[in-house]
Unconditional design. Structure first.
Length: 301
């Protein structure tokens, strides 16, 4: 029987789960839509993920622990989801909710910080110790690695998505206007384009249309990149970042995203060319593999 852990990434639209061995081998993965009001159902969701993953594995598996990574403000030590604008909870006992359905130890983590740990151990940041990780998904947050150590301060550590970059800009889910998340997240890009054109589409559609030269798509795409550079540049300068990793589903846009971001960031850093901007290697799997990483740490594997 093989030993493994389960990592569960709870996103705004999808829940991704992975069964991972201590060596980092992925034995099985699942993806399902995020149910409405997922908070109270999180225990059932986690329990089903464990059942489905172990059933899908080729060999019998001994599950050692479960890691759950969530967005928003997270008290990882207490296992509490303090606030999530996208998932609609406050002061939710995440660990307790999951533990009602799980008989092994449960680790709770912030999705982006957990994702950066996974990239550092398994992905594109293996050779870098000073990293800024910014996944572009339904929401937008960041995580910082400094001298190989994850930066964790107060509850708002990494929550760059709710910094106002364009006063009186688009309305954000947090209630403010002009937040970075309301301009540069994948969710916001698709939503702003649909509102402007009346055509239903996501950020990938905007990327394709921007690349083809469509004016509205190009404007919204460029505004997203400029807003991201406005926020990322001072963080890079303050933290001594050498590598900016862009994650989430939008990394599939590749050069149409990364090339203009490199240019915009270099301009705001006074022409510096010593900061690399790359796509995260784990893509939208970083959250589930990051959740598995904190589960492995919990049991000392």
């Amino acid at each position: 029987m093989r030993e493994a852990v389960v990592g569960i990434d709870v996103g705004g639209t999808r829940i991704k789960a992975a069964l991972v061995t201590p060596s980092g081998e992925v034995l099985a993965e699942t993806v399902r839509p995020t149910p409405a009001d997922v908070g109270p159902q999180l225990g059932e969701v986690a329990g089903k993920a464990v059942v489905d993953l172990t059933a899908a594995a080729a060999d019998a598996v001994d599950v050692l622990a479960v890691g759950v990574a969530v967005p928003g403000l997270v008290d990882e030590a207490a296992g509490v989801g303090v606030w999530s604008a996208n998932l609609g909870w406050r002061e939710l006992d995440l660990r307790g909710t999951v533990a009602t359905q799980i008989e092994v130890p449960v680790a709770i983590g912030h999705d982006v910080r957990s994702g950066l740990l996974a990239e550092h151990r398994l992905g594109a940041a293996r050779d870098a110790d000073n990293v800024l990780f910014v996944p572009l998904g339904t929401g937008l947050a960041s995580a910082i690695l400094c001298r190989g150590k994850l930066v964790t301060g107060g509850l708002w550590t990494g929550e760059i998505g709710h910094v106002i970059v364009v006063p009186d800009g688009p309305l954000c889910g947090c209630g403010q206007r002009g937040c970075l998340e309301a301009l540069s997240s994948a969710g916001a890009i698709g939503r702003r384009w649909s509102e402007a054109t009346g055509i239903l589409g996501d950020a990938q559609e905007v990327a394709r249309r921007a690349d083809a030269g469509e004016d509205v798509a190009r404007r919204i795409w460029q505004e997203a990149i400029e807003a991201l550079a406005i926020m990322v540049a001072p963080v890079v300068a303050a933290a001594g970042t050498e590598l900016v990793l862009i994650g989430g589903g939008l990394v599939h846009a590749a050069d149409i995203l990364l090339d203009p971001l490199r240019t915009a960031l270099a301009t705001r850093l006074g022409g510096r060319d010593d900061v690399a901007v790359e796509a995260a290697a784990l893509g939208d799997r970083a959250g589930s593999l990051g959740a598995a990483t904190i589960a492995l740490d919990l049991v000392g594997r």
